[in-house]
Design a protein. Structure first.
Length: 130
């Protein structure tokens, strides 16, 4: 791992929920190394980086590449936390073009949905548009 490729994955919290100090330090060092490289390419530190002024144009590519990478390593499903309702909606919209389920999973989802609607039969809830 060189901290520069998408193959660099750092375990920060393990499957039992335990914080991994070593993984966090490695991730932080890799991020600092990338910043130093970017700053040297730009010719020094940027004084005014701005912040929060809209979404990065590359967000869609980042998520698509992340999902493809995790799929290739058989590490799906994954949960991404976003602390903004608008950003969550934006991300969901960006990923509409991605096929995230297999045909078998689609079948299970379809049957589950219809079973749930059948349970609502006789109540007004069954008439709610999708």
């Amino acid at each position: 791992m060189d901290g520069k490729t998408r193959h660099d994955i750092f375990l920060v919290v393990d499957k039992t929920g335990t914080f991994q100090d070593a993984g966090y330090r490695k991730a932080k060092e890799a991020k600092e190394g990338i910043k130093k490289t970017a700053n040297s390419i730009r010719g020094g530190k940027q004084q005014f980086q701005g912040g929060g002024g809209g979404h990065n144009r590359n967000d869609k590519n980042i998520y698509i590449n992340l999902v493809d990478h995790l799929r290739s390593r058989d590490q799906l499903p994954v949960v991404c936390f976003v602390f903004s309702r608008k950003r969550c909606d934006d991300n969901a919209q960006m990923l509409l073009s991605m096929d995230l389920t297999t045909a078998l999973e689609k079948n299970h989802i379809h049957r589950f949905f219809h079973q749930c609607v059948q349970r609502l039969k006789g109540s007004d809830d069954g008439c709610i548009p999708e």
